[in-house]
Design a protein around this ligand. Structure first.
Ligand SMILES: C[S@@+](CC[C@H](N)C(=O)[O-])C[C@H]1O[C@@H](n2cnc3c(N)ncnc32)[C@H](O)[C@@H]1O
Length: 224
């Protein structure tokens, strides 16, 4: 890193601030939120092409004709899928209203439609931002028929418990963000109708939490 780069890094706030007891404490230290940043989700350095590749591979494997995309932003994952899959699936995105767009083939909703079943549910980089990630996980699994793809999931191998931080996500946007204990997360599926059929390590972040690097994980859940 150049001298200028390293000085800038030292002056910037850390990407993840620790020391919050619970989500409410983190929320009270937050500013703005996703609603305050209603832009396209393609910004940042998280390898969106790779994420879309994971999503399209999983959907092709499942043969999904209908998809629920939790936290799907404006619809970039749909655009990728529509570009490569032989028949683009019917696509529903659960998002904050400020991020709803107008894309042919996409339906936007604000809550998980609990009375509808979808061939596949996908969620990329979103579970860590909800107040009750495990409740949300249960809700998305309950509407999935053939498979669930979770990606950009911040997993810590070095922590026995989940913990919440405040993420300095964008200038002027500070949001609560969970980190999940990898061991706890895997245990979650031992007695679930869903099994982790495939798990992979995505990008390792340059930021540290609890003194160590973490990685963004991906996993494909299939029925047991
Ligand atoms: C980091 S972005 C990921 C966007 C996209 N899935 C991707 O991987 O590029 C997190 C997304 O989760 C959405 N989100 C956060 N909380 C949510 C909630 N309670 N319900 C639905 N979407 C939510 C945000 O609005 C945002 O679009």
């Amino acid at each position: 890193m150049s001298l200028l780069g390293s000085m800038r890094r030292r002056l910037e706030p850390p990407q993840f601030e620790e020391g919050y007891d619970d989500f409410d404490a983190a929320a009270s230290a937050s500013l703005g939120g996703w609603a305050a940043h209603p832009f396209n989700s393609r910004e940042g350095d998280f390898s969106p092409g790779l994420i879309d590749f994971e999503i399209c591979t999983a959907l092709a494997h499942i043969g999904a004709r209908s998809v629920l995309d939790f936290g799907g932003g404006a619809g970039d994952h749909y655009l990728a899928a529509a570009n490569v899959l032989p028949r683009p699936p019917a696509w529903t995105i659960v998002e904050v209203p400020e991020r709803h767009a107008v894309i042919d083939g996409v339906t936007y909703v604000e809550d998980i439609p609990t009375k509808t079943q979808f061939d596949a549910v996908i969620t990329s980089g979103a579970l860590q931002y909800v107040r009750d990630p495990m409740d949300t996980l249960a809700a998305i699994c309950s509407v999935a028929r053939c498979g669930v793809l979770i990606t950009r999931l911040p997993l810590c191998e070095h922590s026995d418990d989940d913990f919440v931080t405040v993420q300095n996500a964008y200038p002027g946007v500070r949001i609560p963000a969970w980190f999940f204990s990898a061991a706890k997360w895997r245990k979650e599926f031992l007695s679930s109708p869903w099994r982790i059929a495939w798990e992979w390590e995505g990008r390792t972040d340059s930021a540290k939490v609890r003194g160590k690097r973490f990685y963004y994980s991906g996993m494909l859940l299939l029925p047991r």
